[in-house]
Design a protein around this ligand. Sequence first.
Ligand code: PAF
Length: 288
Amino acid sequence: MKTVSLISELRAQVKAWREQGLTVAFVPTMGNLHAGHISLVDVAHKHADKVVASIFVNPMQFGIHEDIDNYPRTMADDQQKLTAAGTDLLFTPTPEIIYPKGLNKQSFVEVPNVSEGYCGESRPGHFRGVATVVCKLFNLVQPDVACFGLKDYQQVQVIQTMVEDLSMPITIVPVATIREKSGLALSSRNGYLTAEEKASAPVLQQSLQWLAEQVKSGFEQNDSIDFIGLAKQAAYTINKAGLHTDYLHICQAQTLQPASEDDTQLVILAAAHCGNARLIDNVQVNLI
Ligand code: PAF
């Protein structure tokens, strides 16, 4: 695998592939890679001839109280994993390359509606940072396809909406979440969990699964479903296990608006603090 940091090197390689008629899939990451990221690379290979990954810890998506300096950076290990997964090119720009004028003078991309609420509310400015860097990386790599993990369900909706609204000629491929045996979704943030916290953390996914079953059985029995009441019960169980629920909502799967009785494609979105880690997870519920 070739690693490049300069935009000119990235563009030259992608241009050479294009001249040979090859297609390109892209996997953007912030590094500290785990099996979830590698599954994105595996899926990317199925969609294009060449796979480009990027590692860039994007300062624009971190809030003022979020510690970007302590975000885990494991470049050598990441390079090994990407090489083993058959990645063709790794792009590792510096913040100066991505934001040469500095963050305050940088144009940005704001995606309305789906960016609001949930993680958008708990982390103001986060999705502006994500949309802006992904837009910029898309313009640099110019992929045919880009793969994103469904653990960050709201992020996938934000990027899908941006691509549609701005007519970007890129297919977004959502990729299923990879989990530990316990059900805990793989995340770079799991590294912040103590052994005790790691034992409690699966309650998040278990409670979402319980909630999904309640919604499905209410629908099958034609009962009126108390979305808010059920969500409160699930949050109670999560908090009782020692986590602290940030939000937990049952939403329409595309718009992310609160679910109503008429919706049949739903997603349950949740975030909870567990020790020093803020975990997010979700479950999709298709009623027909
Ligand atoms: O999901 C992530 O790791 C980041 O939000 C992304 C998409 C690489 C943008 O920085």
